[in-house]
Design a protein around this ligand. Structure first.
Ligand code: ATP
Ligand code: MG
Length: 392
């Protein structure tokens, strides 16, 4: 039977006041509408600071699953609409709890209600008691007991002015802020585990993240950028329209390899990457660069080397993983769905061009001397002229 369902969407309102809040809500609504698509049978309502999606029992789960990818949503529940009176709440409550109880010999449960409309004649504790005792009367002989402190199962009731909803599960959302509420940034996306996670962290804080990959494919043969395309596509599930810029990097790597001190190579490549990234970012109204560095994780990620790279650009460089351990980053990449692609084998520029003893404490004056040995501006302009931009 196709019954009415209402999906209740919750978002954290901390720090969201006045005009800010309005912008935030509009961005969130825009994203929800886009994510749910035009096809399904649903309507979006926003009575007094609440987001409700009205639909039916055959579509509710499919629609709700899409909410799991939308930043700004703290949690959501699929609710059953009932009339705002104790008998209706209890009747649906008995059916819902009975379904959960079937096949089990016991269940510790409680009812938790809240009133978004305070005019209802009972307080929340009174509603809990009235509905809870009716459910107990119907089901206690099937092993149901009340446990207010450590329940195995919570039946929640939200009592509103126009409608009341029963639900028994809160799905956790992405949290954070709606995409577009913070502006655009450009993430240096390699095919590894770390940078996709760093992109996600900024998406979660309301940025639209665009991607930039330095490709040495012509040197190594195919494979490198297909992986990055797929990673960008996965990350775009959490936002929309992040584009991927692919910059041919082979010329620059070969030049640096042939002209500069081997031990400085990796840092010199990085300095070139950041110079190119900054110009591309400014051209595309991106207000920051993002990377997947974590302090001390590899030789190129010491404080000295990070400094030597950062000081080539004046744009902010965000490193959301800087204080995270590899284990935490891996767990996050599994949770967001990028891990399996990230661990696929990839021809890695650094292993081909890697010197035997890369410098761990690069000296800026030495790097600057190396950089006089090749036509830097010419290489940058050429790379910028050969960028391929795609919608992954
Ligand atoms: P990741 O797992 O993201 O590849 P990593 O641990 O391999 O990172 P590095 O190779 O030192 O670390 O790279 C540090 C950061 O530099 C990456 O997280 C990414 O943001 C950027 N980066 C490195 N190589 C590239 C590339 N070819 N294209 C774009 N960005 C890159
Ligand atoms: Mg890497």
């Amino acid at each position: 039977m196709n019954e009415a369902r209402t999906i209740l969407v919750r978002y954290d309102e901390i720090g969201l006041k006045g005009k800010n809040r309005n912008v935030f809500e509009q961005k969130l609504l825009d994203h929800i509408r886009k994510a749910l698509g035009g096809q399904g049978d649903w309507t979006l309502r926003m009575p007094r600071g609440r987001i409700l999606i009205e639909t039916n029992s055959s579509q509710a789960e499919g629609l709700a699953d899409k909410l799991a990818y939308i930043p700004g949503i703290a949690s959501y529940s699929i609710g059953e609409p009932v009339s705002t009176d104790v008998e209706s709440m209890a009747k649906s409550g008995i059916e819902t709890v009975a379904r959960r109880l079937s096949g089990q010999s016991s269940l510790r449960f409680c009812v938790r209600s809240r009133r978004s409309d305070k005019r209802f004649h009972l307080t929340s504790p009174q509603i809990d008691f009235e509905v809870g005792s009716r459910i107990m009367a119907a089901l206690s002989d099937q092993g149901l007991t009340v446990d207010l402190h450590t329940p195995e199962y919570i039946l929640e009731i939200e009592v509103g002015a126009t409608a009341t909803f029963l639900y028994d599960h809160r799905h956790k959302g992405v949290g954070g802020l709606p995409v577009g509420s913070s502006g655009d940034v450009l993430c240096l996306l390699s095919g590894g585990i770390d940078s996709p996670v760093s992109a996600y962290q900024l998406i979660r804080r309301g940025c639209r993240v665009h991607f930039l990959f330095f490709d040495n494919q012509p040197f190594l043969g195919g494979g490198g950028n297909d992986k990055v395309r797929r990673l960008a596509k996965i990350l775009n599930r959490y936002q929309y329209c992040g584009v991927l810029h692919i910059v041919p990097f082979e010329d620059i790597q070969v030049t640096i390899r042939d002209q500069c001190q081997p031990r400085n190579r990796i840092v010199l490549y990085r300095r070139m990457m950041y110079r190119i990234a900054e110009r591309l970012a400014l051209k595309n109204n991106c207000l920051g660069l993002v990377n997947g560095e974590s302090l001390g994780q590899v030789a190129s990620q010491t404080l000295e080397n990070i400094h030597a790279v950062s000081q080539t650009v004046s744009l902010s460089v965000f490193r959301p993983l800087i204080g995270m351990d590899k284990r935490e980053i891996v767990d996050r990449s599994k949770a967001i769905g990028t891990y399996n692609v990230s661990i696929e084998a990839q021809p890695d520029c650094c292993s081909v061009f890697m010197p035997e003893r890369p410098v761990t404490r690069a000296k800026v004056d030495e790097l600057e001397r190396d950089e006089t040995r090749f036509p830097m501006e010419e290489l940058i302009v050429k790379a910028l002229g050969n960028i391929e931009t795609i919608e992954p």
